[in-house]
Write a protein that binds this ligand. Structure first.
Ligand SMILES: *[C@@H]1O[C@H](CO)[C@@H](O)[C@H](O)[C@H]1NC(C)=O
Length: 208
């Protein structure tokens, strides 16, 4: 009876031993699984995240550059003017037309005493000249940039009063002058009434 009980205890011990061996055998492969399979995958994901972060840093630097560029482009004072000739004239050859009644001069780039616009900034500008003559007369005016021609307007009719206009878009460097002058001695009469029948206007569209 005692012997039988001892045998039972020995068999129980053997069973526990095998269970322990099994437990050890089960834990070792799962540790190896983490080391051999998960770690490379984690490193790969880390590489992916690192390159995403680097991409975002590049995109951020690019956006900051664009922002700086737009700050410079947009944060300039507005520039625009409109002026009229108040009395009719019969200009001499190549005489500059002084549009003396200044209605608008945002940025003060139109100089009334010169009859000219001085570009305050490098940029693209739009100018328009509008002029009328009387029946039986005509007039030809040139829009000038420094000493060069950038536009021309001809108004005149033998029977009717006649008006005409010209619009030009030009690139100017800071300091360039734009003004209107009689084209040689072509024509002889510019009609004028205050605020109507003629005008010289300009606006800065975009700095360059
Ligand atoms: C304006 O343009 C001229 C000629 O292209 C250049 O030399 C000058 O540096 C420019 N000025 C500014 C303020 O960008």
């Amino acid at each position: 009876m005692l012997r039988y009980a001892n045998l039972q205890i020995i068999m129980l011990n053997v069973a526990v031993y095998f269970l322990l061996v099994l437990a050890v055998d089960c834990t070792v492969p799962s540790k190896r699984f983490i080391v051999e399979v998960d770690l490379p995958e984690l490193l790969q994901r880390l590489d992916g995240l690192t390159s995403t972060v680097n991409d975002l840093k590049l995109q951020n630097a690019d956006l900051l550059r664009k922002y700086d560029y737009l700050q410079v482009k947009c944060n300039h004072p507005p520039v625009a003017f409109k002026a009229h000739l108040t009395s009719p004239i019969s200009p001499g050859a190549n005489q500059r037309i002084i549009f003396d009644d200044v209605q608008l001069n945002t940025g003060n780039a139109y100089h009334r005493h010169l009859g000219g616009f001085l570009a305050p900034l490098n940029g693209t500008y739009l100018f328009s000249v509008s002029v009328c003559s009387d029946n039986g007369h005509y007039i030809v005016l040139d829009l000038m940039k420094n000493a060069g021609l950038i536009g021309r307007v001809l108004a005149g009719d033998s029977v009717y009063n006649d008006c005409s206009s010209d619009t030009s878009i030009v690139e100017l460097n800071a300091g360039d002058e734009v003004y209107v002058q009689h084209h040689a001695s072509s024509g002889d009469y510019v009609n004028a009434h205050q605020n109507i029948l003629n005008s010289f206007t300009g606006v800065l569209l975009q700095i360059l």
